[in-house]
Design a binder for this molecule. Structure first.
Ligand code: GLU
Length: 321
């Protein structure tokens, strides 16, 4: 079916979804990373970006928060740019585990694969895949430049978060060495873990994340810069990974109820991709028990429901002025 929506309908839906979600309580900041426990829990922002560069922003959309797990998305894209989507499938995998993002059990169950670049094991493995191997500074530049290409502006390291996370990431250290045991770390293990920890500690705003989401929705063309940030063939692959595991062990429930592939992070961010139509991002620190932001997920879900959009609807969506 053909479906036409106007930009003002999109803006109105975002405004309404934002104001409803703003009234929600419940959830709690992540506290296993001490820095995140102290972020103001009342912060809340919602950003929508269209492929033509039109954007709508409500609330704290310029607040720079910890990107956390959402960093797994751009680094998976970079790994695909450098090693092809087939290479990432072969070296890491593309399977949902159905288990928490930091599960060691998942690695033991699937010792032939770290499952997917969008859980901790696969993301550490993805950091190890990034070229040039053996050169931490050059790898870090490649990771941050790729995020800049996707967002149209640079992320900024939150040093305190990096220190907080580095001092407490014992579970991720265990994951790294277990993966090394299975030959799924493709560079120095400590360096790979440190790059992963650093990328999780990057500060990003919801308006920047909405540009990243819209770049993916537009087959790699950044709506702000007009530049092709990655090959179009990567877009359906990264969107598939986001759809299958983006909301941790609630990914199925999420896609079923919201209709939009989305990736969340324990910093409170959510990035949603509706291919060919729009990118959306939201941020609010309190999380549900699976680690997904209570307000951000409610806002994105309601936005989709108001507009009657859904990736599985089979609609050909046109956005007009
Ligand atoms: N840096 C966090 C960790 O490794 C990211 C977790 C997340 O956002 O899912 O535990």
């Amino acid at each position: 079916m053909n479906k036409t929506i106007t930009k003002s309908q999109i803006e109105g839906a975002a405004r309404e979804a934002y104001s409803h979600a703003a009234g929600l309580s419940g959830g709690a900041n992540a506290d296993y990373i001490p820095f995140l426990a102290n972020i103001n829990p009342r912060l809340f922002g919602l950003s929508v970006m269209l492929p033509d560069g039109t954007s709508f922003n409500f609330g704290d959309t310029d607040y720079s928060f910890g990107i956390e797990s959402i960093s797994k998305v751009p680094t998976a894209i970079l790994a695909m740019r450098q090693h092809t989507p087939a290479g990432v499938l072969n070296e890491i995998g593309a399977d949902a585990t159905g288990l928490p993002f930091n599960s060691i059990f998942a690695i033991l169950l699937e010792n032939d694969h770290p499952s997917t670049p969008l859980v901790n094991a696969g993301a550490i493995s993805a950091c190890s895949m990034i070229d040039p191997k053996g050169d931490a500074d050059a790898k870090w530049n490649a990771i941050t430049q790729n995020i800049t290409d996707l967002c149209g502006s640079a992320p900024v390291l939150i040093d305190e978060l990096y220190k907080s996370e580095s001092a407490t990431n014992f579970n991720n250290r265990a994951i790294t060495w277990l993966l090394k045991n299975y030959n799924r770390i493709y560079d120095d293990p400590d360096m790979s873990l440190d790059l992963y920890t650093r990328q999780c500690s990057l500060g990003i705003t919801s308006s920047q994340l909405a540009v990243m989401a819209a770049t993916i929705a537009s087959g790699g063309v950044n709506p702000l810069t007009g530049k092709q940030a990655f090959e179009p063939a990567i877009a359906p692959k990264i969107t598939t990974l986001i759809a299958t595991v983006g909301f941790y062990q609630h990914s199925g429930d999420w896609l079923y109820t919201s209709g939009i592939p989305a990736k969340s992070g324990v910093g409170g961010g959510v990035l949603g991709v509706l291919p060919g139509v729009l990118g959306i991002a939201a941020f609010a620190p309190p999380l549900d028990s699976a680690g997904n932001s209570v307000k951000a997920q409610a806002a994105v879900r309601e936005f989709m429901q108001i507009l009657g959009l859904g990736i599985m609807n089979g609609d050909r969506v046109t956005v007009t002025d």
